[in-house]
Write a protein that binds this ligand. Structure first.
Ligand code: IMP
Length: 428
C-alpha cells in the first residue's frame, strides 16, 4: 500500500512546507492542495531557480506526478492562469493538473470585501493577505458561493451569480461602492470557465481511485495550525482549517486513508499579519534571523515577525492535528546566535499554562517561560547527516524532541534539495 502523507504547518504558516512537499513529492504519485487559496506562498528552489507557488501544488516540477487542487480550495481564476503563465515562461510546462469542480471561486467582489472589512475594522483588522479568501469562504458557508463547476455550465453560472450578487451588491452599496453588473461578470466568468475546463474534474473520484490503486499521495498543507479557523488564535486566523483532520472533508476521501502526518516547523518562529505571538522579539538578533532566513512574505512581501521556537504551540499542533513526525527547517539560520531559547510554558497573570488558551485575550497576555541553551558557530549548510551536526545543534534538536514528544524525521540546512536531510524514509 502506498503511503498517504499529510504535510502540515505547525506554527503560523511559512514553515517551509513547500520545500518538504517538493522533497517528498519526488517519491509521490499524487500531490494535493486541499484548502486555502493564493494566500499561501510556497517557495521552491529547482534547477538553481526560485519559484513561488500560490495555488499550484508543489508536484508540478515532476512530469509524472498528478497535481490536484481539491474541493476545499478557493480559486481566483485570473491569478491561477497568471501562475500557470509564469511557470510556462520559465520552462515549467507539461505537468498534470486537476482542479475540483467543487472548489469555490474567488470573485472580484470578494477581493473588494476583504479590503473593506479590514479597513472598517481599523485597529481590529486581521491583517489578511487581501486575496478575498475570507469573503469567499464566508459565501461558501452562507450558501452564496460559486463553484468551479458552475463556471462550466451557463445555466448554473447564471443562477449562482444572480443569487450571489443579490446579497453582495446591497452590501457593497452600503459601503458606498458601485454594484457589480450581472452581464459583465457573467460573460467574463463564462470565458474563464471555458479556459478552466480542461483541468476540471471530480477530484474526489480521482483521489479515491488513486487510493484503491495503492498510489503514494502527498497532501500539501497551506498556512499553519495556529492560523486554523477552529484551533488557531481566532480571530487572527485564516478562513479554513490547515489541520490533517480537514484533509478528508476537503478532498472527499476517508479519514482512515491518512497514514502519516509530518508537522513542519522552523527552528525558530515567525508570524505575518496581526495577532498575539508570545515568543516574539525584535532586536539585532531577530533582524539577523530575518535577513539570513529571508523572512519576508512570499505573497505580500511584508517583513515577518520573529520569535523563539514555542514548544507549547508545537504540542498544541501535535494534539489537534495528530502530527506523527517533525520536520525542522532553516536550522542553518540560527548559526552564530549565542544563546537559543525554547518556550516550554506560558505565564498567564502568575498561572503556569502548558497549553494554548482558547480565549484570545488570555493568549495575548501569555508571557513565555523559556529554557536557554548555548548556540553554535559552525556553518551547517554543508552538513548531510545527523552525525555531522555540532554538539550544541544536536542538543537543541533533542530538547525540542523532549519538549514536544515528537521525533525529528527531517531537518533542513539550506534552500537546496540536497540540504534537506531525512532521518526517516517516508516513501520507500
Ligand atoms: P487570509 O488568509 O488572507 O484571510 O489572512 C488571515 C491571516 O492568515 C493573516 O494574518 C495572514 O497573514 C495569515 N496567512 C494567510 N495565509 C498565510 C500563509 O500562507 N502564510 C502565513 N500567513 C498566512
Amino acid at each position: 500500500m502506498g503511503k498517504r502523507i499529510v504535510v502540515v504547518g505547525t506554527q503560523w504558516g511559512d514553515e517551509g512546507k513547500g520545500k518538504i512537499t517538493d522533497y517528498l513529492a519526488a517519491g509521490a504519485d499524487v500531490v494535493v492542495r486541499s484548502q486555502g487559496g493564493n494566500n499561501a506562498g510556497h517557495t521552491i528552489h529547482f534547477n538553481h531557480q526560485k519559484f513561488a507557488l500560490h495555488f499550484i501544488p508543489s508536484g508540478v516540477f515532476f512530469p509524472k506526478t498528478k497535481n490536484v487542487m481539491a474541493n476545499g480550495m478557493v480559486i481566483e481564476p485570473n491569478a491561477f492562469f497568471q501562475e500557470l503563465d509564469d511557470l510556462a515562461a520559465r520552462g515549467v510546462t507539461g505537468f498534470r493538473l486537476f482542479v475540483s469542480d467543487r472548489a469555490h471561486v474567488i470573485m472580484p467582489y470578494h477581493l473588494d470585501l476583504d479590503v473593506l472589512w479590514e479597513t472598517f475594522k481599523g485597529p481590529l483588522a486581521v491583517g489578511t493577505t487581501k486575496k478575498g479568501i475570507g469573503p469567499c469562504y464566508a459565501d461558501k458557508a452562507s450558501r452564496n458561493g460559486i463553484r468551479v463547476g458552475d463556471l462550466l455550465d451557463p445555466e448554473a453560472l447564471a443562477l449562482r451569480l444572480r443569487a450571489s450578487l443579490s446579497v453582495t451588491n446591497p452590501t457593497l452599496m452600503s459601503f458606498g461602492r458601485e454594484p457589480y453588473d450581472f452581464d459583465v461578470l457573467y460573460q467574463k466568468y463564462r470565458a474563464l470557465g471555458d479556459r478552466l475546463r480542461p483541468f476540471v474534474t471530480d477530484t474526489s473520484v480521482l483521489l479515491n481511485d488513486e487510493i484503491d490503486k495503492g498510489s503514494r499521495i502527498l497532501f500539501e498543507g497551506a498556512q499553519g495550525i495556529m492560523l486554523c479557523l477552529d484551533h488557531g488564535t481566532y480571530p487572527y486566523v485564516t478562513s479554513s482549517s490547515p489541520t490533517a483532520a480537514s484533509v478528508p472533508v476537503n478532498c472527499g476521501i476517508s479519514p482512515m486513508a491518512i497514514t502519516d502526518v509530518v508537522g513542519v516547523t522552523k527552528a525558530y518562529s515567525t508570524r505575518v499579519g496581526g495577532g498575539a505571538f508570545p515568543t516574539e522579539f525584535e532586536d539585532a538578533i531577530a533582524q539577523g534571523i530575518r535577513e539570513r532566513g529571508h523572512e519576508y512574505g512570499t505573497t505580500t512581501g511584508r517583513p515577518r515577525r520573529i520569535g523563539w521556537i514555542d514548544a507549547v504551540v508545537l504540542r498544541h499542533s501535535r494534539r489537534v492535528s495528530g502530527v506523527t513526525d517533525l520536520a525542522i527547517m532553516l536550522l542553518d539560520v540560527l548559526t552564530g546566535v549565542p544563546e537559543l531559547k525554547i518556550c516550554i510554558a506560558y505565564d498567564l497573570d502568575g498561572t503556569l499554562l502548558k497549553e494554548v488558551p482558547g480565549n484570545y485575550l488570555h493568549f495575548s497576555r501569555c508571557r513565555p517561560v523559556y529554557i536557554t541553551l548555548p548556540g553554535w558557530s559552525e556553518d551547517l549548510t554543508g552538513i548531510r547527516s545527523w552525525h555531522e551536526l555540532p554538539p550544541n545543534a544536536k542538543r537543541y534538536l533533542e530538547t525540542i524532541e523532549q519538549q514536544t514528544g515528537l521525533k525529528i524525521a527531517i531537518f533542513s540546512v539550506g534552500p537546496d534539495r540536497s540540504q534537506t536531510i531525512d532521518i526517516k524514509q517516508f516513501f520507500e
